[in-house]
Design a protein around this ligand. Structure first.
Ligand SMILES: [Zn+2]
Length: 385
């Protein structure tokens, strides 16, 4: 490996980013949020002579977009990364970036300040090599991905592009698909009675047991369905359960929250439909059975059109930067789904590392530079078509 040049602008930017506390205040109450990250990103765009568009998606929580226009009209490419991080519980020095063994450690280094630094440094690479002949490059640093993705939602209401790259951590593979998720709460009801009076009591927890048996069977069935080429199958798991209030009383209520992971093409209410089908079947078997289900939150799965040019163009650019990426599916949900749903075909491509959302998080610095080089080449390649 070549010696690390820590004065490389991509690495300077990355260290600055990791030194900034940008824990998402919707996840951790009282946390700082994205304001300072927004200022640092805006300063970088300004120093590159890029057009700035700053919008607060919540007080003190900006989206910062920098635009580089080519000398002639042409296709537009977007890079989109998030500036927030998850919390730092249990970490010793989360905002003290530390370089060891070609890695940079600290909260957000992998998820996703490494990718964010790479995409902004790619814009610098394009500017410093003479700018774009045609088209435009839109570089978006968005807030709140780790909670409700209000940043990406606000972004697609103002900006369009012909394609986008989201540099979330993919180990420099090209992510062309990822799963979605849906959360459902099931409630079963019983009838309170003294524990010695089985004729009077109806047990909400045992009724939930019947639901659980059916959910487990459904999960097994989901996992025998035909495999999506990158994502495998859908699945579900029971997440939390609660019910009853004292030993000698029949429980009146039980609540279960479960999560269903979905594939592209599955309806946005598939988990609720499945829960209702189970409850209907249980009512048919036992007229006294009482229960209902509500959907609480969900995000769709995503995949780029298999024939879209972006993965192949990015593959060529990545080869030039010394990578040999495969096209893969990611298990986790990302903002790429919101871009895709808004008509901006997107792929994921970001540096490798480990420990995202964990106590020890790092990003590989060599990956950050290769990601930057691939993205800079892609910007020129995509917009000059
Ligand atoms: Zn992320």
């Amino acid at each position: 490996m070549a010696a690390l040049d820590l004065s490389d602008p991509a690495l300077v930017l990355l260290r600055d980013f990791v030194a900034i506390d940008s824990v998402n205040p919707s996840l951790v109450s009282g946390a700082r949020g994205e304001a300072e990250m927004g200022r640092r990103v805006a300063a970088e765009f300004t120093s590159l002579g890029m057009e700035l568009d700053i919008v607060e998606v919540a007080p003190g929580r900006p989206n910062v977009v920098g635009v580089l226009r080519g000398r002639n009209p042409g296709p537009s490419l977007m890079f989109c990364g998030h500036t927030d991080t998850v919390g730092v519980h249990g970490m010793d020095r989360p905002f003290a970036p530390e370089v060891r063994d070609g890695r940079l450690y600290g909260r957000g280094s992998q998820d996703m300040k490494g990718g964010l630094a790479a995409m902004i440094a790619a814009a610098r690479g394009v500017v410093e090599s003479g700018g774009l002949e045609r088209g435009s490059l839109i570089v978006a640093a968005v807030a709140d991905e780790e909670h409700a993705s209000r940043g990406a939602e606000a972004l697609v209401s103002r900006w369009r592009a012909d394609a986008a790259v989201v540099p979330e951590p993919t180990d420099l593979e090209i992510g062309v698909a990822h799963k979605g998720f849906q959360w459902v709460t099931v409630q079963t009801r019983g009838r309170a009675a003294h524990g010695s009076r089985p004729r009077d009591g109806r047990d909400a927890i045992l009724r939930m047991g019947r639901v659980l048996v059916r959910l487990e069977a459904l999960d097994r069935e989901l996992q025998t369905r035909p495999l999506h080429p990158q994502l495998g199958t859908g699945s579900l798991h029971a997440s939390t359960i609660e019910g009853g209030h004292e030993l000698s009383t029949y429980p009146v209520h039980a609540w279960l929250q479960f999560e269903r992971r979905t594939l592209p093409g599955e309806p946005p209410d598939v988990a609720l439909r499945e829960a209702n089908a189970i409850l209907d079947a249980l009512r048919r078997e036992d007229a006294e059975f009482e229960g209902d289900a509500v959907a609480t939150f969900g995000r769709d799965a995503y995949e780029i059109e298999p024939t879209h040019a972006l993965p192949e163009l990015l593959t060529q650019s990545a080869h030039g930067a010394g990578c040999a990426p495969r096209t893969v599916g990611m298990t986790f949900w990302t903002d790429a789904a919101l871009l895709g749903a808004a008509g901006i075909p997107a792929v994921l491509f970001g540096p490798g590392g480990a420990g995202l959302h964990g106590i020890e998080e790092y990003v590989r610095l060599d990956d950050v530079r290769r990601c930057r080089d691939a993205l800079a080449d892609l910007a020129r390649r995509f917009t000059s078509r």
